[in-house]
Design a protein around this ligand. Structure first.
Ligand SMILES: [Zn+2]
Length: 609
């Protein structure tokens, strides 16, 4: 590491340092050299692939042939890290220089690298297709590859779960202008939507994001107007969006049917979970419906909503707002203190990441929205991007991203092939870190501030345990419906109203019938079923948190080991090894969220009911 451990903490400077990765800013020659080097090396790899021996059939793979393959895969692992580092740096530059066209173009400088990488993988998969058990065992036992057993098993599974290589190549080419273009069409439509709020002379035009923000306004009339405006705006696009969704679901269906799977196959594989695990998790989520409906009804009364809570009242604020800002320095000290209490290595890492300016939080123009954490696998550094506005939720977001950073840091010495963490497990450290800070914040506030924090916690629970499961059911219903016919706007609206109405039950008086149209997650073509991993991450991290609370400080070391293994074990293996749990049993998932009963009890007590 290029930075000393004695750098000043807390830091005053809210912007990050990127020169230690590639120096020279937007016109970095070091970055350009790295990209050209990658293009050259990947070109050589493509040639080398041609001359490698066939894995299966014929006379079989010689000892030399196996060594060549192992060396080839090991080099690809190294190049993957270099590509990741260059891509991460380019991404970091572009989000902090949105007013500089040259910076915005940096990520696309990697396009050629990505294309060569994709072509390589198609070639490698074709070779692993139909590989015999005995030959495969020689790969997993080879000293250069022994560390990435899960990766090799998945490579083999994916190779065998595909159509003939020639058909797969055709699918890739067709998807570029078909499936993925439908996804892009959604992005374009949703970005252009203008929402008209109010009528006549008072009418105002807003973006979808601005209008949605009004759902947390204290004025019920404003929330209702925002909802009506959004309904109208999405409703106007419903025919086009139904056609889009019909094409996406239809294309996906054609492919998974041809490959011999079903609508969940890819998503289960990507997330390294078994079907039974997801079913058990959904069953457990349903068990919390009565409790969360009780919470919504309680909140509705507290808000004085005589007719009950409507869809657009869910985020309405309770109590008086505290406008006191928390400075960046205070936030750093508070987060490090809480992390330190949980685990000395975690606290030490947070302090070092902040002191070394791996974190960008500055509130200024010329920056992208949102937040993320990215690893620099060659330099073994991490970077966090967000905008910190001095609010309590901003402190939690920073804690969340630092949790991701810690997770990445713990995995820094692993190879690229054992570092891919599925989405559900990737939220373990971040959510745990957020929970530590949230609990500490809850313990030091009272009255309205406490009510707000609890309400936010219960809103999140409702999203993960009611809303996401309803999305999952809607996704499955779309595929079932598409098997026998076409999806259209009327049908989609009817399905949405029925499924969400049943999910929220007596908790809400209305649902959003255009949810199928407005929710981006149904249109993400590169990650089908992009919803259930959120519930998985929420409940799984809660289980780890509960366990850590019960076991005391000694468990922090176990959590570290669990995090390191998230790239090389399946979800079920992690559950068995570190939580003594069977993820296929709904009892595990139910136990994870038991503390919600106490949260609802406290929420009611604060409201005096
Ligand atoms: Zn996260």
């Amino acid at each position: 590491m290029s930075h000393s451990n004695t750098a000043a903490f807390p830091v005053q400077n809210p912007s990050w340092e990127l020169d230690s990765i590639f120096g020279g800013g937007v016109d970095s020659q070091a970055f350009e050299d790295a990209v050209q080097g990658l293009e050259r090396d990947l070109g050589k790899m493509l040639d080398a692939l041609e001359s490698l021996g066939a894995i299966s059939g014929g006379a079989g793979l010689s000892a030399q042939g196996l060594d060549d393959w192992a060396a080839f895969l090991a080099q690809l692992e190294t190049l993957s890290d270099q590509a990741r580092e260059a891509g991460a740096w380019a991404g970091c530059m572009s989000v902090t220089h949105t007013d500089n066209p040259r910076a915005l173009l940096l990520p696309s400088r990697l396009n050629d690298v990505r294309a060569r990488m994709a072509t390589l993988w198609v070639g490698i998969e074709a070779q692993f297709r139909g590989i015999e058990d005995a030959v495969f065992a020689r790969f997993t036992e080879h000293p250069k590859l022994a560390h990435c057993g899960l990766f090799l098993r998945e490579l083999r599974r994916d190779a065998n779960g595909k159509m003939d290589p020639e058909l797969e190549r055709l699918a890739v080419e067709l998807n570029r202008d078909g499936l993925h273009t439908w996804g892009q069409l959604y992005d374009q439509i949703s970005a252009q939507i203008e929402v008209e709020i109010g009528e006549g002379e008072d009418a105002k035009k807003m973006s979808v994001g601005q209008a949605s923000n009004l759902f947390s306004d204290a004025d019920p009339a404003k929330r209702k107007r925002a909802f009506e405006g959004l309904q109208k705006a999405w409703g106007a696009q419903s025919t086009t969006l139904a056609t889009t969704l019909n094409a996406i679901v239809g294309s996906e269906r054609t492919l998974y049917t041809r490959r011999g799977g079903d609508e969940l196959s890819d998503a289960l594989n990507n997330n390294r979970v078994e079907r039974q695990t997801i079913e058990a998790m959904m069953e457990a989520a349903d068990a919390f419906r009565p409790l969360l409906i009780d919470y919504m009804q309680t909140k509705s009364k507290a808000l004085g909503l005589d007719e009950g809570m409507a869809w657009y009242d869910r985020e309405a604020p309770l109590g008086k707002l505290d406008n006191k800002k928390i400075s960046y320095v205070e936030a750093q000290e508070f987060i490090v203190e809480q992390a330190q209490k949980f685990s000395a290595p975690m606290g030490e890492f947070y302090r070092r990441a902040l002191a070394n300016r791996w974190v960008e939080v500055e509130d200024r123009p010329g920056k992208a929205q949102g937040g993320f954490c990215t690893g620099m696998p060659v330099s073994k550094e991490i970077r966090i991007f967000m905008t910190y506005g001095g609010t309590a939720s901003g402190v939690q977001t920073l804690a969340h991203e630092l949790g991701h950073a810690y997770h990445g840091w713990l995995m820094r010495d692993l190879g690229a092939f054992e570092r891919r963490v599925p989405m559900g497990l990737a939220e373990t450290a971040s959510t745990l870190s957020e929970a530590l800070v949230e609990s500490a914040a809850l313990a030091r506030v009272e009255g309205d501030q406490k009510l707000r924090l609890l309400d936010e916690r219960l809103q999140r629970a409702t999203a993960f345990l009611i809303n996401i499961p309803a999305r999952f059911r809607l996704e499955r219903a779309m595929h079932a419906e598409r098997a026998t016919g076409e999806l259209n706007a009327e049908k989609l609206t009817e399905m949405t109203t029925e499924i969400f109405g049943k999910a929220y039950g007596a908790g809400l008086t209305s649902v959003d019938p255009t949810f199928w149209a407005s929710k981006l997650h149904f249109y993400i073509t590169r990650e089908p079923f992009y919803n259930f991993p959120y519930t998985f991450g929420y409940l799984f991290s809660k289980a780890v948190y509960e366990r850590a609370q019960a076991e005391g400080p000694s468990y922090a070391g176990v959590v570290d080991q669990l995090l390191v293994d998230t790239g090389r074990l399946t979800a079920e293996e992690i559950g068995r090894r570190y939580l003594d749990a069977d993820l296929g049993d709904s009892a595990f998932w139910r136990a994870a969220a038991q503390s919600l009963h106490e949260d609802v009890r406290e929420f009611k007590q604060l409201l005096g009911v």
